[in-house]
Design a protein around this ligand. Structure first.
Ligand code: G
Ligand code: G
Ligand code: MN
Ligand code: NA
Length: 254
């Protein structure tokens, strides 16, 4: 309950921050995007990651205004990078279950695109498998509506839920993010290597772009290149970092 009231004032007091984690194109060996990840700059407890507040925010519905703020902030940043000449950068923003279930999300996304004047093709909205599967027909309709304004969709944490190739066929998403739990064991476990390469092949057969999450070692990156994974994200390339540092990272690689 204390956390709940603190979260309320946190919104009013602008205590949230967006961190960015680089996404690498494995063939080009270049940064092609960032995932926006929310952080809470608590006045006494310091920096809090989503693990410490997203569940309460979800339960209370406070995730909706927080998520809206993250979306706006990330799109403003995208525009700024685009204007600085980084024209191939995309931005990925996580949608919570509450946000995705709220039909107003379409209007919210439209307004943010209009306000920030971003190219909607450069915005990727991430939903998890479990959110997508809760109500398939709603999910399909909602994804289609948002895609019709140009926005792209990623299926996050793939492999932690049902992971049926059958629903993948029906969900009109653009990208599939392989959960980091697969990457954690992929260099020791031959079966995991087969699973990961099979997921990649199947997803690409369905015209999905595949992003591997939680890439921490060079060996993992080499393996992923060998099995033609499209993109990678993980500590090997960069941790989630503040906006300023993400800008420096882009400048350094220019
Ligand atoms: O930031 P971190 O690397 O600790 O992320 C932890 C979890 O929090 C991830 O599962 C991520 O999807 C989620 N998360 C991070 N930022 C946001 C956000 O802005 N909105 C929602 N709904 N979830 C987020
Ligand atoms: O939205 P999603 O559940 O994918 O959120 C990404 C989460 O994974 C964040 O908590 C982020 O800090 C974390 N993360 C990103 N890359 C790595 C990595 O290489 N290793 C580990 N252990 N965690 C990572
Ligand atoms: Mn994500
Ligand atoms: Na994930």
């Amino acid at each position: 309950i204390e956390l709940q009231s603190e979260l309320r004032t946190a919104i009013e007091n602008n205590e949230f921050d967006v961190y960015y984690q680089a996404q690498i194109d494995l063939e080009k060996d270049r940064i092609v995007g960032f995932e926006a990840l929310v952080r809470w700059n608590h006045p006494t407890k310091g920096l809090i990651t989503p693990a410490g507040f997203v569940q309460v925010a979800e339960e209370t519905g406070l995730i909706v205004p927080i998520g809206q703020w993250v979306l706006l902030e990330a799109c403003k940043q995208l525009k700024q990078w685009e204007e600085a000449g980084f024209t191939e950068i995309n931005i990925a923003v996580n949608l919570s279950a509450r946000q995705f279930k709220d039909a107003d999300i379409v209007e919210t996304v439209c307004e943010v695109i209009k306000e920030t004047k971003i190219d909607p093709n450069k915005l990727e909205l991430e939903i998890t498998e479990s959110i997508a599967l809760e109500n398939m027909s709603y999910s399909i309709a909602m994804i289609q509506k948002l895609k019709s304004i140009g926005v792209k969709f990623s299926l996050d944490d793939f492999g932690t839920g049902y992971s049926s190739m059958n629903y993948l066929k029906h969900l009109p998403v653009n990208n599939l993010k392989i959960d980091k739990s697969f990457l954690d064991t992929v260099m020791e476990d031959q079966n995991d290597q087969k699973i990961v390469s099979t997921i990649i092949t199947l997803a690409q057969t369905l015209d999905l772009v595949v992003i591997a999450e939680g890439v921490e070692s060079n060996e993992q990156a080499v393996f992923l290149k060998n099995v033609h994974c499209d993109k990678a994200q993980g500590y090997l390339y960069s941790k989630p970092i503040p906006q300023k540092d993400a800008g420096f990272l882009l400048e350094k690689l220019r």
